[in-house]
Write a protein that binds this ligand. Structure first.
Ligand code: NAG
Length: 133
């Protein structure tokens, strides 16, 4: 009987921690949104860890945008070879553009306008953790 009671408690704990780890929706940059000159490395540090299936919302004005860079080298060099455009300038208006972090991988985000990446601090990377951690 003690074993049965114990497994009941374990189930309750699992159910509770699942409820507490609902996927979140996070606006990148908070009230600063996605803009030139705000430190997104700092923002990402303060908002880590992110979890798989969390949603990032990018709100921005033209001419900014959202690119996914392929690797650390391109991220450090702001090299857009092989980069993937996720959201062009018009997609940042209103409710913004949503990215679901649904893979266990490194995501390198940046913006390509002029010096957004190299001087504007508009870049950060994130690796969402699996839910069970
Ligand atoms: C941005 O924030 C990171 C992390 O806090 C810090 O290491 C870096 O020096 C900051 N960059 C600038 C240009 O302030």
């Amino acid at each position: 009987m003690a074993g049965l009671r114990y497994s009941g408690i374990v189930l309750l704990v699992i159910a509770t921690s699942m409820a507490m780890t609902e996927a979140r929706t996070i606006v990148v940059g908070g009230s600063e949104n996605w803009r030139f000159g705000y430190n997104y490395t700092d923002w990402a540090l303060k908002n880590s860890p992110l979890y798989i299936n969390d949603k990032l919302v990018f709100k921005f004005d033209a001419p900014h945008n959202v690119y996914l860079l392929p690797n650390l080298y391109s991220y450090l060099k702001c090299d857009f070879g092989g980069a993937k455009l996720l959201a062009g300038a018009p997609n940042g208006a209103g409710e913004g553009f949503e990215v679901v972090l649904n893979q266990w991988r490194l995501y390198y985000f940046t913006s390509s306008n002029d010096k957004d990446c190299s001087d504007g601090l508009m870049k950060f990377f994130a690796m969402p953790l699996p839910r069970w951690q």
